[in-house]
Ligand binder design. Structure first.
Ligand SMILES: [Zn+2]
Length: 429
């Protein structure tokens, strides 16, 4: 553990630290020389509960481009990062020297959650430059005391060779690039010389099945999920520990998490999926209050076997943009997918049809049998899925189980899963 006093802090004590920091943050922002912050917090007093503070959305970063949300003078800052925007201009994020220290500290913690330590040679294959990934983990590795190799992206053959020659024991990379490196190392006969124990993987979604493959491809490493977003800090907002994969510890002494219903903005109940909302408690240059991340997760209540007391959130279940609202109930396609993937007689292919013909929306899930042999069990499978989906989603769902090949295949790009039905013509036709 990198900072055991902080990471295992008694929850009540941490809550007091969070309250204190939140109050100081509001005071600081109200005193900042900034029209954005004066307006944002005009109806707020410093001692108020988090739930009384206004949300922040990505659009505000765009509307105040490039420096309108800065809470300190630009002269007081030391670094700028940017993430590519979908609106023609990048999202600009700015750091003071202290922000960079915190950035390093949380990434040092993150690497140690995956099993890293000062004795490691840490190969960082995230992109360097404006993107936060490379430099975030780089500084984190150095703060931990590891020997960091700033490999950046590209050239997998050269990178695999370098990892073998320099004795890399830890790898930071996107899951897909980590897999590519493993395949290349195997093809080039380097695997026997490689000593990788763990990988810190993030910046793109990856499934449990992919994790199993990736861990095995490297000969049985721990591949752990790191989460972050540049608007909040970059990587190092939350991290899976190797002792209990499947949930991520949020470094909640710096980033205060909430999970809210995306439609009503009310807190999601225990065990309910919702949108992750983050408040930066200690950030100086570009803090955010109740930032709507758009990422879907839920709190995980059980204590973690690793001994850390940071709140945990489940691995992400997609984006708010994918959410359907059917008869007033939020439905996340990822929940439907996980029910389907649990049924061994089905192929993984499926389609979700939102039937808009009536006054009330109806939801239909179409799946296909894995093989012709399971056709005799079709009715049982459909009944089982109907009841499991109804229990999970809390609405009635129609299920159609087709023959192998029933679901239309897409030759290029992402599979089309969602269909709308507005006429009597079948949406598959
Ligand atoms: Zn843990």
């Amino acid at each position: 553990m990198f900072q055991p006093d902080i990471e295992t802090m008694e929850p009540g004590r941490r809550a007091a630290v969070q309250r204190e920091r939140l109050e100081a943050l509001v005071r600081r922002l109200q005193a900042a020389d900034s029209p954005y912050w004066s307006e944002k917090l005009s109806r707020v007093s410093p001692g108020q509960e988090l739930s009384a503070l206004p949300f922040t959305v990505k659009k505000e970063l765009r509307d105040t481009y490039p420096f309108g949300m800065l809470a300190v003078p630009l002269e007081g800052t030391v670094r700028i990062h940017a993430s590519s925007g979908t609106w023609g201009k990048p999202t600009i994020v700015v750091y003071t020297a202290k922000d960079i220290q915190v950035f390093a500290e949380v990434n040092a913690r993150a690497i140690s959650l995956a099993g890293g330590g000062p004795e490691d040679v840490l190969h960082v294959a995230y992109g360097y430059g404006l993107f936060t990934g490379g430099l975030g983990l780089h500084y984190g590795g150095e703060r931990l005391g590891a020997t960091v190799v700033p490999a950046s992206g590209g050239n997998p053959g050269f990178q695999a060779q370098l990892m073998a020659d320099l004795g890399a024991t830890g790898l930071c990379a996107t899951p897909s690039f980590a897999m590519l490196l493993a395949e290349r190392a195997t093809a080039d006969g380097l695997m026997e010389r490689l000593r990788i124990r763990y990988a810190v993987c993030g910046a793109e979604p990856w499934s449990e099945a992919f994790r199993e493959k990736l861990e095995a491809a490297w000969g049985g490493i721990d591949a752990c999920d790191i989460y972050g977003l540049s608007e909040v800090m970059g990587p190092g907002v939350a991290m899976e520990c190797r002792e209990s994969k499947g949930a991520l510890h949020v470094f909640d002494d710096h980033f205060l998490p909430e999970v809210v219903d995306p439609a009503t903005s009310e807190p999601s109940g225990p065990g309910e999926l919702g949108e992750l909302v983050l408040t930066t408690l200690t950030k100086e240059a570009l803090p955010v209050i109740r930032y709507r991340t758009g990422d879907i997760t839920q709190f995980v209540d059980e204590p973690c076997p690793c001994g850390r007391t940071h709140w945990r959130i489940a691995r992400f279940s997609g984006r708010v943009d994918d959410m359907l609202v059917i008869r007033g109930v939020n439905v996340f396609p990822s929940e439907i997918e996980s029910v389907i993937l649990d049924e061994p007689n089905l192929a993984g292919q499926y389609a979700i049809v939102v039937d808009k013909r009536g006054t009330m929306l109806e939801l239909e899930v179409r799946v296909e049998l894995a093989s012709d042999e399971s056709a005799h069990g079709r009715d049982d499978i459909a009944a089982r899925l109907r009841s499991e989906l109804a229990e999970r989603l809390r609405i009635r769902v129609e299920v159609i189980v087709g023959d192998p090949g029933y679901i239309p295949r897409q030759e290029l790009g992402k599979a089309k899963r969602l269909f709308e039905r507005t006429t009597d013509a079948d949406p598959f036709a």
